[in-house]
Design a protein around this ligand. Structure first.
Ligand SMILES: *Cc1c(COP(=O)(O)O)cnc(C)c1O
Length: 382
């Protein structure tokens, strides 16, 4: 019997255990405490922002980030159609409307020319654009060289969804440092995890103070329970912050392992016609998930064929995110489309990418892919 190999399982061990137990023994078993403060300080330092606020999920961070830049009910917010649903849902929480923007077929990141175009068209129609929310897809930063000046010139806040990209950079600037505010995620499948958690990072101290206030039920600093507005229960637990601190110590090592794995996939697929690694040109990616795209016309096989072959061997793969404009929950939303995201959804496949994969597990995955390729391409791949 073979043990299943998962796409991106948590990578935790003795260091995480020791940090967690120390936090537990400290008595700070609450959404407050020294690990929480230290975790915020460490992440802000890593991302190079003035501060950070730790919350219970990346989705909560996005919600507070959008509120923080002043998104209002009725606003439109530009969101990539190729993303996880949380990006669009956070817009809906406020009663604002996501407008979905297609992606660059090479990188999977938002198509900047479409963003520029939409800003003009939406404004001509009298819409208020509350924010532009680029997503750093699969750990590769969006094109901030173009997006930052575009949003600045238009006077529209840029909120960076860096949920997948901690540790990545763009021309030396760390992921999470590009917007007025950015959201990180520490969900169990991300590059590092607190089992569930998120963080807002920003240079805007006022924005962060307000996010912290809203994340703790908007409780006023009085001895009794005084509330002037509707807040949320979004604060991260001190225990989970301790877990996060241990993970952050190991972040660079975990990224290096994912990068090594990506390099091995790259070597394996290099001679295969019609197959390419999404975002492979980006040397500054954190390599969160390795995605191949398969052009069936040239390869003679479909991404789903490889998925079936691997599933039969207990190896998990996933399609690329199903675009938001195809999601029933966002039916009727406006979008600017080129077909690029739909093609990536049809032709893309996410391969096991976790930093906790052992050498025998990696060997098993690579052998299974190699076996598939030898049959499908009529000879050994390499
Ligand atoms: C994971 C993810 C989120 C949400 O993070 P959670 O911590 O799961 O709430 C948001 N956006 C993107 C692009 C993600 O991949």
């Amino acid at each position: 019997m073979t043990e299943p190999i998962l796409l991106s399982p948590p990578d935790v061990g003795p260091l995480e255990e020791s940090y967690l137990i120390a936090a537990l023994r400290s008595g700070w078993v609450a959404p407050a405490g020294p690990d929480l403060q230290a975790f915020e300080r460490d992440i802000a330092e890593r991302v190079g922002t003035g501060g950070a606020v730790a919350v219970s999920s990346g989705t909560a961070a996005l919600h507070l980030a959008l509120l923080g830049v002043g998104v209002k009910p009725g606003d439109v917010v530009l969101v990539p159609t190729l993303t996880f649903v949380a990006t669009a849902n956070a817009v809906r929480y406020i009663g604002a409307r996501p407008v979905f923007v297609d992606c660059d077929p090479q990188t999977g990141n938002v198509d900047v020319s479409l963003v520029a175009d939409l800003i003009g068209r939406l404004r001509a129609r009298g819409e208020r654009i509350g924010a532009v929310v680029p997503v750093d897809m699969f750990g590769s930063c969006a094109d901030y060289d173009a997006l930052v000046p575009l949003c600045a010139d238009a006077g529209i806040p840029l909120v960076e969804d860096a949920a997948e990209a901690l540790g990545a950079s763009h021309r030396g600037g760390p992921a999470g440092s590009f917007g007025s505010v950015a959201a990180l995620s520490f969900n169990g499948n991300k590059i590092m995890t607190t089992s569930g958690g998120g963080m807002l990072v920003s240079d805007d101290g006022e924005l962060l103070a307000r996010a912290r206030h809203l994340s703790t039920q908007a409780r006023e600093p009085t001895p009794h329970y005084e509330h002037r507005e509707t807040g949320y229960n979004y604060r991260l637990s001190n225990l989970l912050a301790a877990l996060g601190r241990a993970q952050l110590v190991r972040l660079d090592g975990m990224i290096a392992r994912r990068r090594q794995l990506r390099d091995r996939y790259a070597k394996l697929f290099a001679p295969v016609p019609g197959v390419r690694l999404l975002g492979a040109e980006d040397a500054e990616s954190n390599c969160w998930l390795t995605v191949i795209t398969v052009e069936q016309r040239r390869s003679g096989w479909h991404a789903a064929d490889l998925a079936v072959h691997l599933r039969e061997r207990d190896i998990e793969t996933r399609p690329v995110w199903k675009p938001m404009h195809l999601q029933p929950v966002h039916d009727g939303a406006e979008s600017a489309l080129t077909g690029a995201a739909e093609r990536l959804f049809a032709d893309g496949l996410t391969l096991p990418s976790g930093s906790a994969l052992t050498e025998p597990q990696i060997a098993r995955v690579l052998a299974a892919v190699d076996e598939f390729l030898s049959v499908r391409t009529g000879g050994p791949a390499a």
